[in-house]
Design a protein around this ligand. Structure first.
Ligand code: SAM
Length: 359
């Protein structure tokens, strides 16, 4: 079943139309087939004039390379804003099998349009201009732009496009210059593939399972932790035991901890931008410890000990007692010395003890 109007229309202007072919494959191809997405590709040379159909000229003021000409880009963007459709991409492989896969495109109802950018004239299409000099593209942009109806991409080559093109385009478009990273590509096409894929997968219905993107890296401001599948042991390497425990609460806690720790190790600056709960801070700061105490014949009530330790910031996971030895295994952010003192303070008053904590 296809929708009367696609949720998202993409138009891409480029001098290498074939570069956009990957948009026809896999889930994006299927989104096209299902009518959720439509893509028009426009060869910039269709607007070039003269014998050589040239699209570039030397930079004003001198310097190396060439700059793309405004007289070619201007009319191209005018025509697309006025509804020129270009060459329609269709799905690379028809999905004849009716059986849904877990990651299939689900049927999606047309959505009412709301401008993702307050104060913007939402009736104008969004013109995205990939450039290393633009604002960094983020998952938050992908989320906002997945609610757009019409996005036009202008792919630069050489030294880029004459800046006046974008000044002028503001009459017909909301213009955003956007970078996909701090490096320089040869042209904007690959950046378009990156942005189009990140945006399209967030349109409701494109991913069968919405949770799979809700848990992605960046969706809660953190990186996602590591993933595992069967078998439980592969080439002698075991997957973390908790994942096969069947205890969903423990699995969720483990995943959160992995996500926090990976973010701190790889992208510590991201942690400064998210609000961490007390539990998150404990996960980040604590480590596994074991305290071993000689307490003679003193009676110790595990429940009371656990409660007192918790108040001191030491979470006891197991408390074992045999003859004269008390062993506490748990997690804490305390120093080893302070953890030892916390156990000593949690013992019944007057207990004779000697002990230590290792971590
Ligand atoms: N002279 C430009 C500069 O230094 O900012 C670089 C031009 S680059 C060689 C040619 C085209 O590649 C750009 O117009 C843009 O479309 C694309 N491009 C290169 N790096 C990019 C990046 N990091 N993000 C987005 N687009 C990029």
């Amino acid at each position: 079943m296809s929708n009367p109007k696609p949720a998202l229309r993409l138009d891409v202007v480029t001098i290498f139309p074939e570069y956009l072919d990957p948009l026809r494959h896999a889930l994006l191809g299927k989104a096209i087939e299902q009518g959720i997405l439509s893509v028009g590709v426009h060869d910039l040379r269709d607007w070039a004039t003269g014998n050589h159909k040239s699209v570039d000229a030397p930079p004003l003021g001198g310097g190396p390379g060439m700059v793309m000409k405004p007289e070619v880009w201007g009319p191209a963007l005018d025509d697309i804003a006025a509804g020129r459709t270009g060459t329609e991409l269709d799905s690379a492989a028809k999905h004849r099998n009716d059986k849904l896969r877990h990651d299939d495109v689900a049927n999606v109802a047309p959505r009412p349009y709301e401008s993702p950018v307050a104060g913007d004239d939402a009736s104008k299409p969004l013109l995205l201009v990939p450039t290393p000099a633009g604002k960094p593209f983020t998952q938050a942009d992908a989320r906002a732009w997945s609610r757009e109806e019409h996005i036009v991409f202008a792919c630069g080559r050489y030294e880029g496009i004459d800046q006046r093109v974008f000044e002028d385009a503001k009459q017909r478009y909301r213009v955003r210059e956007v970078s996909i990273g701090d490096y320089v590509l040869i042209g904007g096409e690959v950046a378009v593939l990156v942005i189009a894929e990140a945006v399209t997968r967030l349109i409701p219905g494109v991913l069968g399972n919405t949770e799979s993107h809700e848990e992605d890296s960046f969706s809660d401001g953190l990186l996602e932790g590591p993933s595992y599948t069967k078998p439980r042991v592969w080439r002698g390497i075991e997957a973390p035991e908790v994942l096969t425990s069947g205890d969903h609460k423990k699995v969720d806690a483990w995943r959160r901890e992995q996500s926090l720790k990976r973010t701190r190790a790889v992208r510590p600056e991201l942690l400064e931008q998210v609000e961490l709960s007390e539990e998150d801070r404990f996960m980040l700061d604590s480590r596994e410890v074991v305290s071993v105490f000689e307490v003679g014949g003193q009676r110790v009530v595990a429940k009371q000990l656990r409660r007192a330790l918790k108040q001191a910031g030491y979470r006891a996971e197991t408390i074992e007692r045999n003859e004269t030895t008390l062993t506490v295994k748990g997690r804490t952010a305390l120093s080893l010395e302070d953890a030892t003192q916390a156990v000593a303070d949690a013992l019944p008053k007057g207990t004779q003890w000697s002990g230590y904590t290792a971590g």
